[in-house]
Design a binder for this molecule. Structure first.
Ligand code: NI
Length: 395
């Protein structure tokens, strides 16, 4: 057992958590450019006497804490990257990097995980098992988690469970949102090129109108969710781009469009990955055109394991009280924590960070995004308690 109860340990470091978060907020870096952030993180982890690996998936950092006794291995993940947004908050810790801003709260995630490492490092003698701290690059590009896993972060020792959190402006500070099963959607995308035949606008019979073919295909795509996907399953097919033609009086010989597909269910994901290209090609063929469709799998759905979710729910209840632990509302947004959750059972959860009274109401990715920093100690204590509970250590 630690010298002091966990909540007192967390209280003792809260001013440092705030200072760290503000430092990272002032020095935001875009995905795969988190060099200063990674340097600071690595220095801190080394100072805690952790085994530290840098340059994992370019700018990622992994710290390994080995407890005094053998046991299971748990991975805790934080993302470190910022967004290409000019900050509009007038606060002393405003971004000093023009055009770049921590507008999603990854500065808080980094500070929280450093705090968790500090507290658990202080309890090393009592810990049975291993804790891996994964500081991930490029979540906003949804491309940092996968290369970390490919670089071996889930091995040596093999990770048995994983936890992570996101500060969440849809929930007030002091509330924690937890959900078993799918929490965030898979995100895949497609790009189609339709080839018809150009002609004078006044002679449509001599051409094959690629614009019309593309429009028919876009309309037909809307029938997939409404007619082919099980109505009890969630899915989105959105075409966000369509480009065709060069002049108002020429029939376009080529058109291109691109879109995104979101689902919670792996079978629905597979179904749409087959049906989207097939439908586009068929519509083109029936109109005498051809279509090439490139379909790319992005991130899987973020799916929480029931047993791991129960651990987080219990930990969160100890921190904020069971009455402030709510069922998280799933979102069709995507998050590459999903790759860790695919590799090991775990739980990703939302820690409320909005404060209406204090004007901390800006949403994620907004130039006025800002959090109530009281979420920092709440996040630390919840992750510490969940980790200890998983490792079989009474907190
Ligand atoms: Ni985020």
């Amino acid at each position: 057992m630690p010298d002091r109860p966990i909540d007192q340990e967390v209280e003792r470091i809260t001013s440092d958590l705030i200072a760290d978060r503000r430092y990272f907020h002032q020095h935001p870096e875009l995905g795969f450019q988190e060099e200063n952030t990674a340097r600071v993180v690595a220095e801190r982890l080394r100072a805690l006497d952790l085994e530290v690996q840098t340059g994992v998936a370019k700018t990622g950092v992994v710290g390994v804490l080995r407890g005094a006794r053998p046991g299971r291995t748990v991975l805790l993940r934080a993302d470190m990257d910022a967004l290409p947004i000019e900050e509009e908050n007038d606060v002393p810790y405003r971004s000093q990097n023009p055009g770049v801003m921590h507008a999603c709260g990854h500065d808080a995630h980094t500070a929280i995980l450093l705090g968790v490492a500090r507290i658990l490092a202080g309890m090393r003698a009592e810990i049975a098992g291993t804790v891996k701290f994964a500081f991930q690059p490029a979540e906003e590009l949804v491309s940092g988690a996968k290369p970390m896993i490919e670089a071996g972060v889930m091995e040596n020792p093999r990770v048995d469970a994983c936890f992570g959190l996101h500060v969440w402006q849809d929930l007030p500070v002091g509330v924690i949102g937890v959900r078993s099963g799918p929490l965030m959607a898979s995100g895949d995308h497609f790009h189609a090129v339709v080839r018809g035949r150009s002609a004078h606008a006044a002679q449509p019979h001599l051409g094959i109108d690629a614009t019309l073919v593309a429009c028919q295909a876009v309309v037909a795509l809307q029938s997939l969710v409404s007619r082919e996907v099980d109505p009890l399953q969630a899915a989105v097919v959105t075409v966000g781009q369509l480009h065709a033609g060069t002049a108002h009086n020429i029939i376009a010989g080529q058109a291109e469009f691109a879109g995104t597909v979101r689902t919670f269910d792996a079978d629905v994901r597979r179904q749409l990955s087959e049906r989207v290209p097939a439908l586009i090609r068929a519509v083109a063929a029936v109109m005498g055109a051809t279509a090439e469709v490139e379909y790319r799998f992005g991130v899987p759905a973020t799916v929480n394991d029931p047993a791991m979710t129960a651990i987080v729910r219990a930990a969160a209840s100890e921190v904020v009280g069971a009455e402030h632990v709510v069922e998280a509302t799933p979102t069709m947004g995507s998050e590459d924590m999903s790759f860790f959750l695919e590799a090991a059972p775990g739980c990703y959860f939302f820690a409320g960070s909005r404060n209406d009274g204090a004007g901390k109401t800006g949403g994620h990715h907004h130039p006025r995004f800002d959090i109530d920093e009281q979420v920092l100690p709440i996040g630390v204590e919840t992750l510490v308690r969940a980790t200890l509970a998983y490792l079989g250590q009474p907190a």
